[in-house]
Design a protein around this ligand. Structure first.
Ligand code: XUL
Ligand code: CO
Length: 441
């Protein structure tokens, strides 16, 4: 980053002004240095900026090219443009006060004509990123490889019917893992956008899943070889671009990992919009991952429930986020994960300041949700309600059921004898929904 040059963004660094502020470029709830339970909000939230959306997104859709044009994209040599773009990106990360960023290999460096050329491009940009990280203190939340854009991956990467493509993907992930290590990445993500099928007429499902598992085992082995100590994360998504993706949701991901003996090495990167595409709530996916002690990180965004595809919007729904934060805090937080804004501007939001406004809104909504969730958990009303609801399993025959000390015959005897007919008890959903609103308004 050259000193004394004109900034890439005329927008000032985002400041915390408090809940009364109406300044769209200031935080109302996210005060990074505010302390909670001995940790700053910045340390609790671990916000991250997704390079692909913030710096490669143009608003393009299947019906036309993108109207979002940034001035630093004008140069001719793609590697030089990639460096200037990255300078602009780190200015943004700093001004928006995000301590982390995340990337795909091909977002940050242009793909060459051969793998060797792509690797050279990547190495040059990783060296540049390393300098920028050092200069700004911004860290890498996770790296990943783009195994879905290039036509070679049209029928999948590790699940491609052609072993040649599998080998190419392995070579690409090897370099992306090395880049992640070089930049001190705390996690490495696998999102299998094309790891699935369009039709079973041409697909050997079992063989493809075996190949996906073999690929992930190779990644585990290679991590040991290069000393990658970070966390591997699977990012489930049910569909899009592929009709059926193997990592459909967290539950199918857990089954897959356990089937292939991979569960020790992977956690989940849960994306809100992927959850809703799978027919689940965001909170459901968090709870399923937490129940398997596999909650890793969050791709923070939102979908549009009226649409059937991944709209990757900035999430400002404080109610949804509060419920999610309650589950995350109950699970003990995200560890080495964070909240990565896998979210893009609407096609029509073409101003550079829109990028700031969007992230500020997302960060503020999450910060407010964090604070509200903390209050909810401190007061403990919901937890007490749930604990009471299951209290019959805390003692007597209920406890013996949980400890597997009784069977059908003993239970039959009890019901035919002193227990008789169970007395129904209200689930009190409306009471609980109203109680939740008392924290939100
Ligand atoms: C696609 C998606 C990806 C992953 C990383 O839906 O979420 O950007 O987060 O490959
Ligand atoms: Co994502």
């Amino acid at each position: 980053m050259k000193k004394n040059r004109k900034p890439y963004f005329s927008v000032p660094a985002a400041a915390y002004e408090g809940p009364q502020s109406r300044n769209p470029l200031a935080f109302r709830h996210y005060n990074p240095q505010e302390s909670f339970d001995g940790k700053t909000l910045e340390e609790h939230m671990r916000f991250s900026i997704a390079y692909w959306h913030a710096f490669r997104g143009t608003g393009a859709d299947p019906f036309g090219p993108g109207p979002i044009v940034r001035p630093w994209e004008a140069g001719r040599d793609p590697v030089s443009v990639a460096k200037v773009r990255m300078d602009a990106a780190f200015e943004f990360f700093t001004k928006i006060r995000a301590p982390f960023w995340a990337f795909h290999d091909r977002d940050i460096a242009p793909e060459g004509k051969t793998l060797a050329e792509s690797n050279r491009n990547l190495a040059a940009i990783v060296a540049h990123a390393k300098q920028l990280q050092k200069a700004t203190g911004v860290k890498l939340l996770w790296g990943t490889a783009n195994l879905f854009s290039n036509p070679r991956y049209m029928c999948g990467a590790s699940t491609n019917p052609d072993a040649h493509v599998f080998a190419y993907a392995a070579a690409q992930v090897k370099k992306a893992m090395e880049a992640t290590v070089e930049l001190g990445g705390e996690n490495y993500v696998f999102w299998g956008g094309r790891e699935g099928y369009q039709t079973l007429l041409n697909t050997n499902l079992k063989r493809e899943q075996d190949h996906l598992a073999a690929f992930l085992h190779m990644a585990v082995d290679y991590a040991k070889e290069i000393g990658f100590k970070g966390q591997f994360l699977i990012e489930p998504k049910p569909k899009e671009p592929t009709k059926h993706q193997y990592d459909f949701d967290v539950a199918s991901g857990i089954a897959f990992l356990r089937t292939y003996g991979l569960e020790k090495h992977f956690k989940f990167n849960i994306e809100t919009n992927h959850a809703t595409l799978a027919g689940h709530s965001f909170q459901h996916e968090i709870e399923v991952a937490a129940s398997a002690k596999a909650l890793g990180s969050i791709d923070a965004n939102a979908g549009d429930l009226l649409l059937g595809w991944d709209t990757d919007q900035f999430n400002t729904d404080v109610k949804e986020l509060t419920l999610a934060m309650v589950s995350i805090l109950k699970a003990g937080g995200l560890g080495s994960g964070g909240f990565n804004f896998d979210a893009k501007l609407r096609r029509e939001s073409i101003d550079a300041e829109d990028l700031f406004i969007a992230h500020i809104g997302g960060m503020d909504a999450y910060a407010l949700a964090f604070k509200t969730a903390r209050t909810i958990l401190k007061e403990g009303k919901f937890e007490q309600f749930v604990a009471d609801r299951y209290a019959s399993f805390d003692s007597g025959y209920g406890k013996e059921i949980e400890k597997k000390k009784v069977g059908f015959a003993e239970l039959e005897k009890l019901v035919l004898g002193k227990l008789g007919e169970p007395k129904p008890r209200s689930g009190k959903q409306e009471y609980l929904e109203n109680l939740l609103n008392t924290y939100l308004h």
